[in-house]
Write a protein that binds this ligand. Structure first.
Ligand SMILES: *Cc1c(COP(=O)(O)O)cnc(C)c1O
Length: 435
């Protein structure tokens, strides 16, 4: 697999370099030089395969010989050791549940695969790989649990004090082993600044081998294509030939993976992006003007993104053609009140309790259906388990949430965290002193 930068198509980097760099120096995003096509027979018979078998097939098509087939197979089976079931709520409405991994959010797919790829590429090095990550909640948990116990790696997570939910904080701070959590007395932006300064610190880089677990890493995008194929396999086994995928979107990595799957040959009728009031992409699709705005805080806070970092990847796949994008993608935007109505309606109609992000996808699926004729199945993606968002869900509804196994025992584990003010000198000292 060779990759270019969306800002420089003549650049040619290996998969390994793209994984460790995360970003090209020209601030573009890495994209595969060519998108492979899966063979028609595989797509036609896809319902015969498991999620893991599909993952191996798709990853091998994308990555090629950058990781030998047997090693890649091990990585996929080890990373994706949980299901992503499609559940029908109605004859033509289904939910694809992506929260059955250890952090109860879809980011487990990306984080677990990326951690194992980094561990694989580092296994011959004697120096530890130091992964630094700033989190506002979901990313940190997925990264912490994704890297937990991966040999040759050590993760340091910075999170803003008092600004993550209880379950999220427990997932960051109760791991031990190769995972360290730093509770910063500041905002998410402060955490991100500390991490950025560390990456730009030449002195630090002479003692530590630093890398980021950034959400735009190509190794996080690849495993997110697996579940689109797997959803299609499950639809086919129910006699459904084509569907509309509705994706709750923030940084647009999830839907970007769906579009990559489509480009690889996955039959999809249409994609729908649901956003909260951070509506930069919906506005772009209407006007053709890309005008990012500062992010606004909402109930669906994992989607509070004013300048979605994966959007250029999507534009790249469609050669910046607004009309091609509009032919395949629709988008709808929801306020917090509408998000709450979506959660209530899902429960009243189907007895289904969803997190706020998922409720936005449900609303967008309904909106697309009401604007478009024909018989088609709508599949909306459920990106997190509702137990992670107690403050965003109506109290009467929240008491009915059944926590998945593992959540209750989290609270009894010892919290291990280092408290720190927003002070780069102290952060650097910590990294060097605890090496
Ligand atoms: C990260 C996240 C999203 C947004 O996904 P993107 O790939 O950034 O568009 C949606 N829902 C949940 C629960 C998330 O954690």
């Amino acid at each position: 697999m060779k990759l270019y930068s969306t800002n420089n198509k003549s650049l040619e980097v290996s998969f390994r370099d793209a994984v460790f760099n995360s970003l090209p120096v020209d601030n573009g995003l890495y994209m595969p030089q060519s998108i492979p096509q899966l063979d028609a027979a595989f797509i036609k018979n896809i319902q015969q395969y498991s999620l893991q078998e599909i993952g191996v097939k798709v990853a091998h098509a994308l990555i090629g010989d950058a990781i030998p087939f047997d090693d890649l197979k091990k990585i996929v089976y080890d990373a994706i050791n949980f299901d992503a079931p499609v559940k029908f709520l109605d004859a033509d409405l289904a939910v694809l549940e992506l929260f059955h991994g250890p952090s109860f959010a879809f980011k487990d797919f990306g984080a677990r695969f990326m951690s194992r790829v980094m561990g694989y590429f580092s296994s011959a090095d004697d120096q530890l790989l130091d992964v630094l990550v700033a989190t506002s909640g979901d990313t940190g948990g997925a990264v912490a649990l994704g890297f937990l116990g991966v040999a040759g790696t050590r993760v340091t997570i910075l999170y803003p004090k008092g600004k993550v939910s209880k379950v999220q904080e427990e997932q960051l701070t109760t791991n031990g082993q190769n995972i360290r959590a730093i509770e910063v007395d500041g905002t998410f932006d402060d955490c991100q600044d500390l991490v950025k300064r560390a990456f730009n610190d030449a002195e630090l880089k002479t003692s530590l081998r630093l890398t980021s677990a950034n959400s735009i890493n190509i190794a996080r995008l690849i495993p997110q294509t697996f579940y689109y194929f797997w959803a299609y396999a499950q639809l086919k086994s129910q006699g459904v030939e084509e569907g509309v995928f509705t994706v709750p979107s923030g940084n647009f990595g999830n839907i970007g993976a769906g579009l990559l799957a489509y480009k690889m040959g996955l039959p999809v009728k249409h994609f729908v992006a649901g956003t909260n009031v951070n509506d930069t992409v919906p506005r772009y699709l209407l006007s053709g003007e890309y005008e990012p705005k500062p992010s606004v805080q909402t109930l669906a806070n994992a989607m509070d993104v004013g300048n979605p970092s994966n959007w250029v990847r999507i534009q790249d796949m469609f050669a910046n053609s607004l009309s091609d994008l509009n032919q395949l993608i629709s988008s709808y935007t929801y306020t917090d009140q509408e998000t709450q109505e979506g959660m209530q309606e899902l429960y009243d109609k189907y007895g289904y309790i969803a997190c706020p992000h998922t409720a936005i996808a449900f609303k967008a699926a309904q909106a697309y259906k009401s604007h478009n004729q024909g018989n088609f199945a709508s599949i909306f993606l459920s990106t997190a388990h509702p137990c992670k968002f107690p403050d965003a869900i109506d109290k009467e509804l929240f008491v009915k949430v059944k926590s998945p196994k593992g959540v209750d025992s989290l609270g009894s584990e010892k919290k291990q965290t280092v408290e720190m003010p927003v002070d780069y000198g102290l952060f650097k000292e910590y990294l060097l002193a605890h090496n």
